[in-house]
Design a protein around this ligand. Sequence first.
Ligand code: NI
Length: 194
Amino acid sequence: MAILKIARMGHPVLRCRAEPVADPRAPEIARLVEDMLETMEDAGGTGLAAPQVHVPLRLVVFFVSGRRAAAEAESGQEGSAVPLTVLINPEIEHLTPETALGPEACLSVPGLIGQVPRTTRIRYRGLSLEGKVLEREAEGFHARVVQHECDHLDGILYPQRMTDLSSLAFTSEIGRAPQDAPPMEEELAENHGE
Ligand code: NI
């Protein structure tokens, strides 16, 4: 296992369309996932896509913590914890035209946070490391994190999805106002860093 270097905005690997994984059960894919999980944990992220670690393949890892799900439920939204998930060659189907704004951060765009519109209800499908089909419906933060990570596979970073760039800010300037939800991908790193 190894902690991998994370590509930052501007690196070409983050701008290209990633290639499908030919064999999800190949040993090098299992090794890549192990390293991505270690890297995500080290960085305090809630999701990571292979291009972020300089591997242009269609593979993402993510989870939704119980703490995050509880906070979502408390604010009256749909929210449930999601176990650590490896999703290979994912496809997303939008189940509603409805979108919602929510805060996002990205390990490839360190130090920043912005309000991003995302579809509120999706169905996603992909393969597991065992090569089995994994299909789920997702709402709220779960739907948001999957859309964010899958965008990485098409060379899209969250600022490109923003409709109002005036909400793009350095997290260190936000001052942790109580109404600000913790950003995704970097929530732990930001809280415990510096
Ligand atoms: Ni990201």
